[in-house]
Design a protein around this ligand. Sequence first.
Ligand code: UT7
Length: 323
Amino acid sequence: MTLSARITGSGSYLPAKVLTNKDLEGIVDTTEDWIYSRSGIRQRHIAAEGEFTSDLALAASREALRSAGRAPSDVDLIVVATTTADQVFPSTACLLQQRLGIHGCPAFDVQAVCAGFLYALDVVYRYVATGASRCALVVGAETFSRILNWEDRTTCVLFGDGAGAMVIEASESPGILSSHIHADGAFKDLLCVPVGVSTAYQEVLDGRAYTEMQGKEVFRWAVSTLGDAVIEILDANGIEKGEIDWLVPHQANIRIIKAIAKRLDLSMDQVVVTIDKHGNTSAASVPLAFDTAVRDGRIRSGDQVIFEAFGGGFTWGSMLVKI
Ligand code: UT7
């Protein structure tokens, strides 16, 4: 691969409705304090009735294109990471393509749950770095609230809805420096929605396709696996911990985020934390956090940034990017 793939624009979108921990006290047997102290979450956004993943993806994409100074007609590849596609098919990427008025370029979805955005960005990185794409749109978008059991306090308090997008362009100067994605299906039962259209069509039709999680086990594996993943990326690039400016982590639990920051000897001032406001937005969490820190001026051109994420599968990954 000779070309570099640079992030030339980013955007994000959150549905208007905010659900606070206090609100959840009226829905399940929980407390404001339990949720915040165990996860770091204070509130999350919830999509309105009739608001779908493609709506969130469209708003984030328009903002990303605007910030890159690109028109939809410049885009030659669309990849959407989502666990909560609008329809079984066509893909959410095709629905997004239609709404952006783009015709002919490849458009497809990637499904790797909370690591989905890193998977999608990994694919886009390889397309751009080999010259197969010059201007790609990559999106993480979720209406995760639709696959939550609102009677299960161990899961429904943790997740939220949202979308984040990036424009990735071919460049002579460095952008994405390396990308490492992994999966191990041996852990398929620890975090899952155990039904789908092939196994239990009626449950899906009835809206009973719910997220199930062995929280403690997932927590333990997330800390050890992500800790190894961030060291893997330093070693692969021959760089020291002190050369990292920012960590943009998947936002699943503030205690996991702090553990990974510690593995990198980073102070929490160098970690982008949005979990308090967004909750866990699955595939949207990394691009939402990135866009937040770009827009408020923390992440700047020239900074060296690590992205990491971990999710159902298990799937996980890390990426080193020069902004
Ligand atoms: O994005 C994909 C990756 N996802 C993750 O990485 C999530 C990983 N897991 C976690 O973040 C944490 O395990 C949780 C936040 C899910 C849970 O925190 P924990 O410290 O592991 O708590 P726990 O599951 O051990 O539960 C402690 C207690 C239990 O009661 P007992 O058995 O000790 O009496 C739970 O029943 O807290 C109880 N509990 C709750 N209490 C109030 C569980 N959920 C709630 C709740 N409100 N919402």
